[in-house]
Write a protein that binds this ligand. Structure first.
Ligand code: NAD
Ligand code: ZN
Length: 380
C-alpha cells in the first residue's frame, strides 16, 4: 500500500452534527499530525457514559459538529515532528487526560492532573495551533477530549497516548483507556482498602464494577453494591459484589441502613453514579475514625455537596479522582500487565459487540441502561 505519511487521509468517521441526534457515518479528511502529535488508526472503540453526556448536551454549552469517542485502542500510522517515544506500528491506548511528564503535576508522585493535557471538555481543537485536524463536507469538525476515537483515523497529542505491549489483544484492552481503569484505580490507588475490609460501591455500571474489581483484588471481605436499577444486581455478582441495596426499598437514608448492617459504617466507599445524593450517602456511610470515601461520578454543573462538618471532624476522609489517579503514560502499561497476568478480568465487562456502521446501537443500549461495555469494531 502507498504510504500515507505527511498527507491527509480520507476515511469514515461517525459525526455528531447535532446534540442528541444519531451519528452519521461520513467521509472525513484527517490532516497529518503536527509537532508532538500522532495519527492513529483506531481498531476498536467503546462507548462510555461521558460520550453520551456530551452528545446529549443537556447541561453544557454544545460544541457541534463533533467526533466523540475516548475509550479505544489503535495502531500508530505516523508521527509528527519531535515525537520520539512512538513510531509507526506501535499499539496505543488514547486517554482523555494526558501526561506531559514536565509540569509540576506530572512531576508530583501524588497527581495525574497534568497542567498541559488534563481533561478539557470544552476544547474542540488541537493545542498546538487551535485548529481541528478533521474536515467533512468542507466544514471543520470539533475534536472531543483530545481523542475523537469514533473515526478510522484520529490525531492525538503524544502525551495522551499510552504505549502497549504488542501482544495485548486490542479488542479487550481498549476498555482500559477510560471506565475500567478509572474504577479500578479509584479503589486501588485512592480508597486503598486493606485486606478483609468492607467496601460499598455506589452505581453498578462499568466504572462501579471496575471499582468492585479493585476491591476484590485488594482482598475485601464484604463488597456491598448500591444501585437504583435492580437489573444491575444479577450481573454484579460476577464482580464479587455479594450484598445489594436499592435505596428505593428503604424509608430512611441508605447511609443509615449501611451503618446498621456494618456495625457503624464501611471501611471504604466508592461513588460511581454522578448523582450528588449518592455522593453524600457514600461519604456519610463510612465508619468514623478511619473511613475513606472516594467520588468518581461526574455531577451536574450546579450540584452542591452538603454534609455536617462534624462528619469530617469524626475522622472520615473524602476524596475525588479523575482516571483513578493513574498517570496514563507511566501507569497504564502496568494495568494492561495485570490483565495479561490474569489478575484483572476484562471479558466480563464486555456484554455487546457491534460494527462501526452500527454505532448508534451502542448509544441505544447505553440510553436503556442495558449491558456494560459495547465494543465497536472499526473493521466492518
Ligand atoms: P452508568 O450509567 O453505566 O452507571 C451508573 C449507575 O449508577 C447506573 O446503574 C445507575 O442506575 C446508578 N445510579 C444513578 N444514580 C444513583 C443513585 N442516586 N443511587 C444509586 N445508584 C445510582 O455509568 P458509568 O459509565 O459506569 O459511569 C459512572 C460515572 O462515572 C458517570 O458519572 C461518568 O461520567 C463517571 N466517570 C468518571 C470518570 C473520572 O475520571 N472521574 C471517568 C469515567 C466516567
Ligand atoms: Zn503535565
Amino acid at each position: 500500500m502507498a504510504s500515507t505519511v505527511g498527507i491527509p487521509i480520507i476515511c469514515n468517521a461517525a459525526v455528531a452534527w447535532e446534540a442528541g441526534k444519531p451519528l452519521v457515518i461520513e467521509k472525513v479528511e484527517v490532516a497529518p499530525p503536527k509537532a508532538m502529535e500522532v495519527r492513529v488508526k483506531i481498531k476498536y472503540t467503546s462507548l462510555c457514559h461521558t460520550d453520551l453526556y456530551f452528545w446529549e448536551a443537556k447541561d453544557q454549552t454544545p460544541l457541534f459538529p463533533r467526533i466523540f469517542g475516548h475509550e479505544a485502542a489503535g495502531i500508530v500510522e505516523s508521527v509528527g515532528e519531535g515525537v520520539t517515544e512512538l513510531k509507526e506500528g506501535d499499539h496505543v491506548l488514547p486517554v482523555f487526560t494526558g501526561e506531559c511528564k514536565e509540569c509540576v503535576h506530572c512531576k508530583s508522585e501524588e497527581s495525574n492532573m497534568c497542567d498541559l493535557l488534563r481533561i478539557n471538555t470544552d476544547r474542540g481543537v488541537m493545542l498546538s495551533d487551535g485548529r481541528s485536524r478533521f474536515t467533512a463536507k468542507g466544514t471543520p469538525i470539533n475534536h472531543f477530549l483530545g481523542t475523537s476515537t469514533f473515526s478510522e483515523y484520529t490525531v492525538v497529542h503524544v502525551g495522551s497516548l499510552a504505549k502497549l505491549d504488542q501482544s495485548a489483544p486490542l479488542d479487550k484492552v481498549c476498555i482500559l483507556s477510560c471506565g475500567i481503569s478509572t474504577g479500578l484505580g479509584a479503589t486501588l490507588n485512592v480508597a486503598k482498602p486493606k485486606k478483609g475490609s468492607t467496601v460499598a460501591i455506589f452505581g453498578l455500571g462499568a466504572v462501579g464494577l471496575g471499582a468492585a474489581e479493585g476491591a476484590r483484588i485488594a482482598g475485601a471481605s464484604r463488597i456491598i453494591g448500591v444501585d437504583f436499577n435492580p437489573n444491575r444486581f444479577e450481573g454484579a455478582r460476577k464482580f464479587g459484589i455479594n450484598e445489594f441495596l436499592n435505596p428505593k426499598d428503604y424509608d430512611k437514608p441508605i447511609q443509615e441502613v449501611i451503618a446498621e448492617k456494618t456495625n457503624g459504617g464501611v471501611d471504604r466507599s466508592v461513588e460511581c453514579t454522578g448523582n450528588v445524593d449518592a455522593m453524600i450517602s457514600a461519604f456519610e456511610c463510612v465508619h468514623d475514625g478511619w473511613g475513606v470515601a472516594v467520588l468518581v461520578g461526574v455531577p451536574s454543573k450546579d450540584a452542591k455537596f452538603v454534609t455536617k462538618p462534624i462528619n469530617l471532624l469524626n475522622e472520615r476522609t473524602l476524596k475525588g479522582t479523575f482516571f483513578g489517579n493513574y498517570k496514563p503514560r507511566s501507569d497504564l502499561p502496568s494495568v494492561v500487565d495485570m490483565y495479561m497476568r490474569k489478575e484483572l478480568e476484562l471479558e466480563k465487562f464486555i456484554t455487546h459487540r457491534v460494527t462501526f456502521s452500527e454505532i448508534n446501537k451502542a448509544f441505544d443500549l447505553m440510553v436503556k441502561g442495558e449491558g456494560l461495555r459495547c465494543i465497536i469494531s472499526m473493521d466492518d
